[in-house]
Design a protein around this ligand. Structure first.
Ligand code: ATP
Ligand code: MG
Length: 364
């Protein structure tokens, strides 16, 4: 049982600032997922918690103890990497028990913990095999087993599934979720995979350039992104982003997208935009709806556009066209063939439109 706490954590490699003044409390039993572009500091954050990387500034607490000066082995956290180097000459069982043996845990206790881990991970039939006789997913399970036997206060996962093929990833994702429910411990998990992040996380952290851009539940970061970066990072395809001028005609505000299109602004948003000249509009693909019979009412906006490209994906078809200078994507869920150059009517419910400041890029 332990809470993990990062207080003003900074990590510099020479001039490179990998993590910048990070503050974070991870409650016991939380499944926290870190995402962000390559090089944003995810692995560095995990490695500092694990004790594999010296901290330049700040404090890390595990439970109520500051662990800055503690060796990795004394922190009672277990890390699982993308490249789970198993010992090739040892069987699954031996691999599982090895770290306990090094730590001079009693043989009886080692046996018990290894048996538990084998059970939890369904490795019963494989325990006498060597790593070379296992599939990628099975090896990954052994790597998790090695973490489990140490009964850590927290698990740290650094892209543990990224070497597996798509099908196995999905399967292992479910297993990790079940594992978390079974073990009831804190997990900090780094991934590049959106679906993994959304499905596993209690909370997601979106990082950029060593900073936290947003922390929230999967639903929160998806539906209420705090800035353009998060809006376009979370969600696939990324949220459509359109630059527009704000104009006022007969006391009504509009977002002028190009010479033909003006999106009305909801009256409830007037206060947010009335002093601005420009705006960034964000609309998710699923909120730009191809519509045969439009809804009428002040919260709906309809327009016609020629389709530049259509990509049928089965359950949905993605329609590409331009709004202003930007290429954007609409998702159509009732599959029918759409020809390039065909003109379609689209509808946007203005309540679903995200507005961002044109300079700070922060959500309004
Ligand atoms: N040992 C090191 N020496 C110098 N710079 C480093 C070192 N390790 C990492 N960095 C730099 O620190 C920054 C953060 O690296 P980190 O490995 O944490 O990124 P990441 O978010 O895990 O990226 P990825 O998604 O590619 O794994 C990067 O700019 C990286 O180049
Ligand atoms: Mg990394």
């Amino acid at each position: 049982m332990a809470e993990v706490k990062l207080k003003n954590i900074t990590k510099k490699y020479g001039d490179v600032v990998a993590v910048q003044n990070m503050n974070l409390t991870i409650p016991h039993n939380e499944f926290l997922v870190l995402v962000g572009p390559s090089g944003c500091g995810k692995s560095t954050t995990l490695r500092m918690i694990a004790g594999l990387e010296e901290i330049t500034g700040g404090e890390i607490f595990i439970g109520d103890q500051i662990v800055n000066e503690k060796d990795p082995k004394d922190r009672n956290v277990s890390m699982v990497f993308q490249n789970y180097a198993l010992y090739p000459h040892m069987t699954v069982e031996e691999n599982l028990g090895f770290s306990l043996k090094i730590a001079k845990v009693e043989t009886k206790e080692i046996e018990k913990r290894v048996t538990d881990a084998v059970q939890i991970l369904g490795l019963q039939d494989l325990k006498k095999r060597k790593p070379s006789q296992l599939s990628g997913g099975q090896r990954q399970r052994v790597a998790m087993g090695r973490a489990i036997v140490r009964r850590p206060d927290a698990f740290l996962f650094d892209e543990p599934l990224s070497n597996l093929d798509a099908k196995l990833r999905t399967q292992m994702r479910t297993e990790i979720k079940k594992l978390h429910q079974k073990l009831q411990t804190t997990i900090v998990y780094v991934t590049h995979d959106q679906v993994e992040a959304m499905t596993l996380a209690d909370r997601i952290i979106i990082m950029k350039d060593g900073y936290i851009e947003q922390i929230g539940s999967p639903i929160e970061v998806f539906s209420k992104p705090t800035n353009v970066f998060v809006a376009t990072f979370i969600g696939s395809p990324p949220m459509n982003i359109i630059d527009a001028d704000i104009i006022k005609i007969e006391n009504k505000f509009y977002f002028k997208i190009d010479n033909e299109l003006m999106m009305p602004c909801l009256e409830s948003k007037y206060d947010l935009i009335k002093d601005k000249k420009k705006i960034i509009i964000g609309i998710r693909s699923e909120d730009i709806v191809p519509q045969i019979s439009p809804n009428y009412g002040s919260e709906f906006w309809n327009f016609n556009k020629k389709i530049d490209l259509s990509e049928p994906l089965g359950t949905e078809t993605q329609l590409f066209f331009k709004l202003g200078a930007k290429e954007i994507i609409s998702r159509m869920y009732n599959p029918r063939a759409v020809n390039v150059g065909e003109k379609l009517s689209f509808e946007i419910n203005l309540n679903k439109v995200h507005l961002f400041d044109s300079i700070s890029q922060k959500a309004l």
